[in-house]
Design a binder for this molecule. Structure first.
Ligand code: FRU
Length: 427
């Protein structure tokens, strides 16, 4: 009887905890997660790897957790892909080695190669691991590390195939110098140093998690986006993301804007280490280093943002990044998952301000999404969590009305809300 009562109690606790489980955002079944890393699509699957502690709900034992999805919304968690060994497995990227440039691919099929930072106290170096079975099992390369510059802070390699120069390019952060450095390689094993970019934009904290990709510009043409994580020093406090727009010729990034201009990727407090799938959307850790360690969810701690499609659009003030949740999110409307009146919903609104000084929406948990007409600013205000005084308060962003109208997309998912204004010009 006593045992039954105890286990009923345990079930009730678990059910209470699961009440906050996000429905359309990825969260691991249990334990700690931070950055997405190594994200890649291959053979009809999206792979999401992420910084993961297999042994607990605090940062530590950093390894690559793993989940796969057909549509970026329904995720299946798989066993840990790359576990901590003699080094911690920090953030990085993966590529499909279509031409077997690495020599790691067995048989006729291309293989997946992961490039990550191996972290030891006082030393960060770049390493490889590869998989010949669609990412199910991984082998660490016996020749690791493949890049060692004898530096304590040198991390988060993002590698992609640069078609114009016919080789792999890596962009990697020099966190304390507020710079990123480019390297080139024919085989992913031997890397040649190219140019650096930075300091520029916001330099209040360390630079981490760089990404570099070309995006189409609405109306024609294409531009390169260099995206960089900043911790702390973000406009909303703590960790966040900025981006630069310009040209990349395979060796060097040229910023189109003055070095003093800062473009924020997301004005909220919870978007960090945003990385993009090659030819696909971007996904980020929906959290902030200021309070990530004390978020009161269990048995997991940490989740990702919705995957967001990216494009560039020209405005009088210049080119800006446009973001919108992948279509698979909208497809969950009408199903039981996302529905009006529920604790998870997907709302589109168009509001004519008229003579109002302010308007907005009160959400669950006491959060408010509001618009200050005179200031031309949108904000998200939330009460302080008992777990951190950095959590509460207002995060805000400039968002001018267009013909007197604010267009808004708001996805609430039990314990989080993502807001996109003016067709995703402001996140
Ligand atoms: C960013 C970061 C990365 C690092 C990883 C370690 O959140 O600090 O620079 O690779 O987390 O977990």
């Amino acid at each position: 009887m006593r045992r039954l009562a105890l286990s009923l109690f345990a079930v009730a606790l678990l059910a209470a905890a699961e009440r906050y489980r996000p429905l359309v955002h990825f969260s691991p079944a249990r334990n700690w997660t931070n950055d997405p890393c190594g994200i890649v699509s291959f053979d009809g699957e999206y792979h999401l790897f992420y910084q993961f502690n297999p042994f607990g709900d605090r940062w530590g034992h950093m390894s690559w957790g793993h989940a796969v999805s057909p549509d970026l919304v329904r995720w299946t968690e798989l066993p840990v892909a790359i576990p901590e060994g003699d080094v911690m497995i920090f953030t990085g990227s993966s590529v499909v080695d279509w031409k077997n440039t690495s020599g790691f691919c067995a048989g006729v099929k291309p293989c997946l190669v992961a490039i990550y930072t191996g972290h030891q106290k006082g030393r960060q170096t770049q390493h490889l691991a590869y998989s010949n079975d669609r990412g199910r099992t991984w082998t660490k390369y016996a020749g690791n590390p493949v890049l060692d510059e004898n530096m304590a802070d040198f991390r988060d390699p993002k590698v992609f195939w640069h078609a114009a120069s016919g080789r792999w390019v890596m962009v990697v952060a020099l966190p304390k110098e507020h710079a990123v450095r480019f390297y080139g390689s024919a085989d992913l094993k031997r890397w040649t140093r190219l140019r650096e970019f930075g300091p520029a934009g916001a330099t209040g904290g360390v630079w981490e998690c760089p990404d570099l990709y070309q995006l189409p510009v609405e109306g024609g043409g294409a531009k390169w986006v260099l995206k960089i994580g900043l911790n702390p020093g973000h406009v909303a406090g703590g960790s966040g993301e900025q981006y630069f727009i310009g040209e990349f010729d395979g060796e060097r990034f040229r910023n189109d804007n003055p070095a003093s201009r800062t473009l924020w990727l997301d004005y909220g407090r919870d978007c960090y280490c945003a990385l993009k799938y090659d030819g696909g959307p971007m996904i980020a850790w929906m959290n902030n280093w200021q309070y990530a360690g004390s978020l009161p969810t269990a048995p997991w701690r940490g989740q990702m943002t919705l995957p967001r499609e990216l494009a560039l659009k020209r405005f009088p003030e210049g080119l800006r990044l446009m973001q919108r949740p992948v279509d698979a999110v909208r497809a969950r409307r009408g199903e039981k998952l996302l529905r009006p009146g529920g604790d998870a919903f997907d709302m589109t609104a168009e509001v004519r301000a008229g003579s109002a000084a302010e308007f907005g929406w009160k959400l669950m948990g006491g959060a408010v999404v509001g618009y200050d007409v005179r200031a031309g600013r949108i904000y998200l205000e939330r009460p302080n969590g008992a777990f951190s005084e950095k959590f509460g308060g207002r995060a805000e962003a400039p968002a001018a009305l267009e013909n007197g109208v604010l267009r808004l997309r708001l996805v609430a998912d039990r314990l989080s809300v993502e807001v996109f204004a003016q067709d995703g010009k402001v996140a």
